[in-house]
Ligand binder design. Structure first.
Ligand SMILES: Nc1ncnc2c1ncn2[C@@H]1O[C@H](COP(=O)(O)OP(=O)(O)O)[C@@H](O)[C@H]1O
Ligand SMILES: [Mg+2]
Length: 294
């Protein structure tokens, strides 16, 4: 399932278990001897809690073969400024009398944060410092926005070039075109990276609303030409642990929703509801995901 992919991305609504399952998958690979990075881009990260260690925006050790990092949008913007700020400044200086708005326009491109978030992750992936990266994403809407960004960004840049040409065609400098071109190339690389290297897994829970949301999610990803490889249904109650009428009823209700989610997707994993999340249970979770696939 993860063949040809070195990034596994977990997407889903808040609270469905993305971070828990990311941690379980990361632990699984680390225990298999793969150099693993678990990375969170959720503004409200929880990997630190799960591993009982303070993760930051710098890659740090969690245990043998396992590394973690939590990065936020603000840090990405900062990195973006470090990377392109000088370019923009150089262009500005070359046009002392130029209206700043054109550079502002480029700098406020829709999704610049998402774009450079993807760039950042792509760079880590391409650096080959890790055998596998497990990416615990922000809740749903943000992820969709993130994934649709490279193509929107390219459109924006094409338009920026047109505006720029219209106003400044008398000028001979090329540097701003070069910068725009560089960004376009970046967007194209990211689009390719998402298609070829990233394996997307959707996490949900067996509830009425979740069935509808998961179907909608799968459609939306499809519209963006991104395939959801695996659907993970979390918090599944097993019949053998039902020791009350209430639990049995809950089990029966879940069963219907699980069938509905399964209907229309071949690769579905069911994760049991545990009393609490311990390292031992994280390993059990990873077994439920991978069975004997890897
Ligand atoms: N299979 C499970 N069994 C028991 N508790 C779970 C399970 N999966 C997640 N949880 C708990 O549910 C809560 C939300 O999970 P979390 O992984 O933080 O969700 P998300 O990252 O999607 O917001 C946490 O308290 C977590 O410990
Ligand atoms: Mg989380």
């Amino acid at each position: 399932m993860i063949k040809n992919h070195n990034v596994l991305m977990l997407s889903g609504k808040g609270g469905v278990g993305k971070s828990t399952i990311s941690a379980a998958i990361a632990l699984h690979f680390a225990l298999k001897g793969k150099k693993t990075l678990v990375l969170s881009t959720d503004p409200a990260p929880s990997l630190s809690n799960i591993f009982g260690i303070n993760l930051s925006n710098k890659i740090s050790d969690i245990k043998e073969n396992l590394y973690g990092i939590e990065i936020s949008g603000d840090e990405i913007i900062k990195k973006w400024k470090e990377k392109f700020g000088n370019d923009i400044y150089a262009v500005m200086r070359a046009f002392a009398d130029v209206d700043y708005s054109i550079v502002e326009y480029i700098g406020t491109a829709p999704g610049i944060e998402e774009e450079f978030m993807l760039d950042y992750i792509m760079k880590i992936a391409k650096s080959k410092n890790f055998d596998i990266i497990i990416w615990d994403t922000a809740p749903l809407g943000n992820t969709l926005k993130l994934l649709s960004m490279p193509s929107k960004f390219i459109t924006h840049l094409n338009f920026a070039t047109k505006v720029y040409t219209k106003f400044y065609k008398k000028n001979s400098t090329k540097s701003i075109y070069e910068i725009i071109d560089e960004w376009k190339v970046l967007s194209e690389q990211i689009t390719k990276f998402l298609k070829e290297d990233v394996c997307l897994m959707a996490v949900c829970i067996p509830e009425n609303l979740a069935v509808y949301q998961t179907k909608k999610l799968l459609c939306e990803f499809k519209e963006h030409n991104i395939t959801v490889q695996k659907v993970i249904i979390n918090n599944v109650i097993r019949k053998d642990v039902c020791d009350s009428k209430f639990m049995l009823k809950k089990f029966e209700i879940q069963k219907q929703y699980i069938e509905k989610i399964k209907n229309g997707h071949d690769d579905v994993a069911e994760i049991s509801l545990f009393e609490e999340i311990t390292e031992e249970n994280l390993i059990k979770i990873s077994r439920e995901i991978f069975k004997d696939e890897i």
